[in-house]
Ligand binder design. Sequence first.
Ligand code: NAD
Length: 356
Amino acid sequence: MKIAILPGDGIGTEIVAEAVKVLHVLGLKFETETALVGGTAYEAHGHPLPESTLKLAMQADAVLFGAVGDWKYDKLDRPLRPEQAILGLRKNMGLFANFRPAICYEQLVDASSLKPELIAGLDILIIRELTGDIYFGQPRGRRVATDGHFPGAEEAFDTMRYSRPEIERIAHVAFQAAMKRNKKVTSVDKANVLETFQLWKDVVTEVGKQYPEVTLDHMYVDNAAMQLVKEPKKFDVMVTGNMFGDILSDAAAMLTGSIGMLPSASLNAKNQGLYEPSHGSAPDIAGKGIANPLATILSAAMMLRFSLNQAQAADRIEAAVKKVLSQGLRTADIYSSGTTKVSTVQMGDAVVSALR
Ligand code: NAD
């Protein structure tokens, strides 16, 4: 088992260190190699996704990724910005299926901004298409202003597009996931306004016929956003495009209390995957030792289950996380009175002790 470790920027290095510590106590045999990505790679090599980093990721069975980005790079040309590294990895590795489970741990019911009865027992899975849609659409650009001055452009455009095969393969992923859960898929679109999403709706409906046991319903994205905060437990698997999935999965993240708790997996057709927390590099708290490492630790568990065929080890990590939460240990983002506030490293150590 070869794991590429790409910590990235901001809190990335702090949280990935804890996940790696956890992986090492499982008693499994694997090789790891670490490389720079994002802003740190730009500083060292002049590019956020250097050739050597991409090669390492492509040759690994799985990639454990922290986060990239910092506001100090906002003035760079777009292709050199740290966030381009993650888009480049997704595109080059063909990571078209993004899994974002939103699970509310019993011990964290009070950390949510919603009423406990709305989220207690919440267990939904958002499946986001990751390599198409407006984020990868062509053409894109800015039209030069009448004075010929680019920064003063009067107009900018990005093109939304999806092809039938792209929709078919993500729909299959969603129906197959639903078969292992509560057999319900909600496909989220904007077919009332966008041609791209009329095609999406038609193709998902066709694919759905191959899964007669699964109930399929369709929902416009604006309604889906509303229903997510009104009655989140009515969903099981939600499948949607790249941009809507980006937004809805962050909203779902907050239902569970903190974005610091939510793992994610991005898989290609060969089950090679990139595993990362759902949050970003959190420059506002970087270097303070207070970031929550649990989303990254749980991402490592998803990596063991999906790409490395080590479901038992994944179960052990998830049980250990529940145990530390039951012990009342909390990083600042999920802290409430009556619990014990711990640092990033102390939280990682607690998971290691629970595993041992
Ligand atoms: P963010 O997710 O980094 O932070 C949002 C808020 O959540 C902040 O207040 C932060 O302190 C908090 N937070 C995030 N993770 C946390 C954790 N583990 N523990 C405790 N608190 C946590 O989003 P942002 O501030 O919008 O973006 C910051 C940078 O991250 C930007 O450069 C953005 O482009 C980048 N980003 C990267 C990725 C990625 O690498 N995949 C994803 C999203 C954003």
